[in-house]
Design a protein around this ligand. Structure first.
Ligand SMILES: Cc1cc2nc3c(=O)[nH]c(=O)nc-3n(C[C@H](O)[C@H](O)[C@H](O)COP(=O)(O)OP(=O)(O)OC[C@H]3O[C@@H](n4cnc5c(N)ncnc54)[C@H](O)[C@@H]3O)c2cc1C
Length: 450
């Protein structure tokens, strides 16, 4: 029997386990992960074995040791975005814990890249005049290679001290005589305390666990929007001091925010939940950077029924994909004139698309709100730079960000079922590496105090 079992080895689970190990306590800890060890996480697309997603039963890109943290590892140390952990445990507390996380990352080699800040006073002042806001953060951007190195070292550290069970998908959880039984196909694990840290890949099983313990999921968020590809030099005036920025525009109808800016990056396909979306690749991740700049403009929508949320996003994306991974692309001028961008226009366009996509008209493909949001952000960029953006700017449809439903817990992430905790992205409270990791450190400290 274990004292604490952590289901999921993403950054929330990893940092919880790491924190628990920093004491003399003799707690018996288990991590259960449905995916594989870090070195065994091989995605057929990444190795060039397949051009398309082959829908593996366990997605090695998203699941396995490191979870979704097997990305380019951009740690944003902020309360401005990336989750609502500050609302739960206090903004100052979050920032203190994030400093600790950065120290831990550096212990494992994170100090090979510099910490930088995106804060820009002049831009903040101008943003206020344009009725928008600039969200700022300190950033430790590891990049894929360093991120992989750190996750591998953390794995070696944890595995030398605690039990980690891979390839174990927890199908159901029940409780007998104050002991949780975690049932996988092959085995039952027994534990006094269970921490669910299943990220956004827990899916229906996560909802089933909640149902069993009568835990009602609250609202669920889905972000959709377009990815923009433009000339990098057009943003020089607003980016020269901060490398990147996050612009947010809000009125009674729309809340639009820029995500994931990639100077000299490329637009790439993102495969998730059987859907294909337009994502961005940072220039650090490619041998031949582009001359373009890409980012997404996303708009959140909230649903009180989990299935409705999924159906809404899936129906929009599937109708674009048309079963063949289709992504739509449109020139900015054509969007304004509500006309189709043709193949011929794309060939002679001054901004060359870095992702081969089908020319079309976004008005025929995505709900109007996502176009209006994109236009508001573009208008804001024009105000901030004092220049019109190039008519050859490209807009790709569609990018999406999925969230788990918000789960009601106390301030220590404990659900109404005593001893059952939800942590990181599956709590619906965090949506980023730094906040997921911070939730893990926070809960670890609480357990040790308890
Ligand atoms: C493409 C992409 C890129 C991103 N890039 C960044 C970035 O650069 N910076 C940033 O701040 N955020 C980024 N994010 C968000 C960030 O990755 C997540 O917020 C963070 O990883 C969440 O951590 P987590 O521990 O809560 O969950 P995850 O990292 O999702 O880990 C959950 C783990 O639980 C396991 N699991 C699920 N169900 C079960 C089960 N039933 N039994 C056993 N194990 C189970 C999964 O296999 C997985 O390994 C990105 C997200 C995506 C989709």
């Amino acid at each position: 029997m274990y004292d604490i079992t952590i289901v999921g080895s993403g950054f929330s689970g990893i940092f919880l386990a790491y924190t628990l190990l920093q004491s003399e306590s003799k707690l018996k800890i288990l991590i259960i992960e449905k995916g594989k060890k870090f070195i065994d996480r091989i995605c057929p697309i990444e190795t060039g074995m397949s051009e398309k997603c082959v829908h593996c039963t366990i997605c090695n890109k998203a699941q396995g040791f490191g979870g979704m943290g097997r990305s380019e590892g951009k740690f944003n140390y902020t309360n401005d975005f990336g989750g609502k952990l500050g609302e739960k445990i206090g903004n100052e507390n979050v920032i203190d814990i994030m400093e600790e996380i950065d120290k831990i990352l550096c212990l494992f080699g994170g100090d090979k890249v510099k910490l930088y800040s995106t804060s820009n006073e002049e831009l903040n002042r101008r943003a206020k005049e344009s009725n928008c806001s600039i969200l700022s953060t300190k950033v430790r951007h590891l990049g894929t290679t360093l991120s992989y190195e750190i996750i591998s070292k953390m794995y070696l550290y944890l595995k030398s001290k605690i039990n980690i069970q891979f390839d174990a998908d927890i199908i159901s959880i029940n409780k007998n005589n104050c002991v949780f039984n975690l049932n996988s196909k092959e085995k039952v694990f027994y534990s006094k305390v269970v921490v669910l840290a299943t990220g956004i890949s827990g899916g229906d099983k996560f909802l089933d666990y909640c149902k069993y313990f009568n835990i009602e999921p609250c609202r669920r968020r889905i972000d959709l929007g377009v990815r923009v590809e433009m000339n990098e030099y057009e943003l020089e005036t607003i980016l020269k001091k901060s490398f990147e920025t996050k612009i947010s525009w809000k009125d009674n109808e729309i809340e639009a925010t820029t995500y994931c800016m990639n100077p000299k990056g490329k637009v790439i396909k993102k495969y998730q939940e059987g859907l294909v979306m337009a994502d961005g690749q940072n220039c650090l991740e490619t041998d031949n950077p582009s001359c373009n700049f890409n980012f997404s403009i996303l708009i959140p929508k909230y649903f009180y029924n989990c299935n409705q949320a999924k159906e809404y996003a899936t129906s929009i994306i599937k109708s674009i994909n048309k079963g063949k991974g289709r992504i739509i692309i449109q020139r900015f001028e054509d969007l304004i004139k509500n006309r189709v961008t043709t193949k011929e226009q794309l060939i002679k366009n001054s901004i060359h698309p870095t992702l081969e996509s089908e020319g079309g008209n976004l008005y025929n493909e995505i709900p109007r709100i996502y176009i209006n949001g994109a236009l508001k952000i573009i208008e804001t960029i024009e105000k901030l730079t004092d220049k019109k953006i190039c008519k050859d700017t490209l807009l790709y449809g569609i990018d999406a960000k999925f969230y788990e439903p918000e789960i009601t817990t106390n301030e220590h992430f404990e659900t109404k079922e005593e001893g059952l905790y939800v942590l990181g992205d599956c709590s619906g409270t965090t949506y980023s590496l730094a906040q997921a990791a911070a939730s893990g450190v926070y809960l670890g400290r609480y357990f040790l105090k308890k």
